[in-house]
Each structure stands twice: as structure tokens, then as C-alpha cells.
Design a protein around this ligand. Structure first.
Ligand SMILES: [Zn+2]
Length: 252
């Protein structure tokens, strides 16, 4: 079933997915962008894309760039799933920071036998997200929910924070000081007009974030707004626990 893809084919699948999964991106990934994101030459990238196309995982149409087929998208999701599980292993079991986990995972994730990935996932107690706060796709999954920037939300919206591995370490440290870290739920209180700052509530404290920083924080939007409807009648259940159990279900 796992018709052995090479490390570069797997990384390329993931890169195509990353470049084409942004909302409103109707166009395919350009081979030049793929090449620079994986730091290989355009010729090498064209050859890898051709191999993926020969396997029916990608389509490279003139003037339309590279897109994944349905089976390519499922395959990309399994690559993403493994990466995020291995990151969890490095962070939770070996004590690496989340940025180190992101850097070290690709040194061995591609050689990992499927059965070891499955055991790791179970040993980690079936985590819903990677240490950066991004969801771990379920097996056989064909996609993941959109993760818009925090800055795109409106007052009253609640969301769970994810910080990409590429986040500037100084920005990450600044956010850490405010309590804005991966997996934390925030609620937008106020958004100042004309690209002004955003005020969010974190653990009961109001925190002000500039536009530039708020655009670097990705979020998983909570299904309900922070209104009375967000609570189950009489259950006194917090929205965050609903999210966790939902995320957990998605990832099984
Ligand atoms: Zn991650």
C-alpha cells in the first residue's frame, strides 16, 4: 500500500500541499516556488514532479502549475500526519523544544516503518495536534481545516493558537511572555480599524497584538462564537473542552 516514495517525493508532496492549500488558492504550485521551498534546483524539482505525476499523485498542467490529485492529497496528508506525530514524539518523549522537533523530524521520519508510526501515535495517547498546535490529520484523511491568521478574526471569535515552525524566535518569545502559545484558546475582544492592533483575551487577561504579529499566528477557529449558545444547556461545559474532544475525534 505504501508504494515506497522517496524522501524527496514525500517532501515535494507536502510542499505542493502547503502551497496549494491556502484558502482562495485556485492555482497550482509553481515549480520554481517548490524548488526554492525545498532548496533544490528547478531541474531536480521538475524531475521529482514528473515522478509524482507518473504515479498519479500530481498533475502538472502548462500555465496552471502543479496540483495534487485526490490520491496525491491523501498521500500528502499521511506525510503530514507522520511529520506531526514524530514532532510530538521528539517534544513530549525526548524533551525537544517545538522548533527543534520541526528541524529534527525530517532526519528520520521518512524511513520510519508504518507500524512504528502507529505505535508511537498510540504511545503518545493519540494527540490531536503537533507541538506547534497544527492538527494531526486522521488516517485516510483528504484535507485539514483552514487555519487563517489570527488577524483575520472578528470580535467575539474564539480560536486555538498554532505557531508555524518558521516563526521568528524573538516573536515566539514575546508571545510566550503573553501566554499566547500553541494550543491555547484566545478570544478576540477588539479589532482597531485601519489595520490597527488586535486585543485578545488569553487566560482572562487582555493582550494587545500588533497587526504584523497577529498575522503570523495561525488559528483553528472554534466552532461556536462566545455566546450563550456556545454552552450546552445545564452542562456548564466550556467551549474549549468541546473543541478538544472534537479535534481528538477527527484525528482517530
Ligand atoms: Zn508542527
Amino acid at each position: 500500500m505504501d508504494g515506497a516514495l522517496t524522501k524527496s517525493e514525500r517532501e515535494t508532496l507536502k510542499a505542493i500541499w502547503r502551497l496549494t492549500s491556502q484558502p482562495r488558492s485556485e492555482v497550482g504550485a509553481r515549480t520554481g516556488d517548490l524548488a526554492s521551498s525545498l532548496k533544490v534546483s528547478p531541474g531536480t524539482m521538475t524531475a521529482t514532479v514528473k515522478k509524482l505525476a507518473d504515479r498519479g499523485l500530481a498533475v502538472h498542467a502548462p500555465y496552471h502549475g502543479v496540483q495534487l490529485t485526490d490520491s496525491g492529497r491523501r498521500r500528502a496528508m499521511s506525510v503530514v500526519r507522520r511529520h506531526r506525530i514524530v514532532e510530538r514524539f521528539l517534544a513530549d518523549m525526548l524533551g525537544y523544544s517545538w522548533s527543534e522537533a520541526d528541524r529534527l523530524a525530517p532526519t528520520f521520519e521518512h524511513q520510519l516503518p508504518q507500524e512504528i508510526e502507529d505505535r508511537l501515535y498510540a504511545a503518545l495517547d493519540r494527540p490531536a495536534t503537533c507541538p506547534h498546535g497544527f492538527p494531526i490529520p486522521g488516517t485516510g484523511s483528504a484535507g485539514l481545516p483552514d487555519m487563517p491568521p489570527l488577524y483575520d478574526l472578528s470580535p467575539g471569535d474564539r480560536a486555538v493558537v498554532a505557531l508555524p515552525g518558521s516563526t521568528d524566535p524573538d516573536v515566539a518569545m514575546f508571545l510566550e511572555g503573553l501566554g499566547v502559545r500553541p494550543g491555547v484558546e484566545v478570544e478576540v475582544r477588539e479589532k482597531h480599524p485601519f489595520d490597527g492592533p488586535l486585543v485578545v483575551s488569553v487566560d482572562g487577561n487582555d493582550r494587545t497584538l500588533g497587526e504584523k504579529v497577529a498575522r503570523q499566528i495561525m488559528v483553528r477557529v472554534s466552532p461556536e462564537k462566545a455566546t450563550a449558545e456556545a454552552r450546552l444547556p445545564g452542562a456548564g461545559k466550556k467551549v474549549s473542552s468541546t473543541i478538544n474532544s472534537k479535534a481528538r475525534k477527527d484525528s482517530v
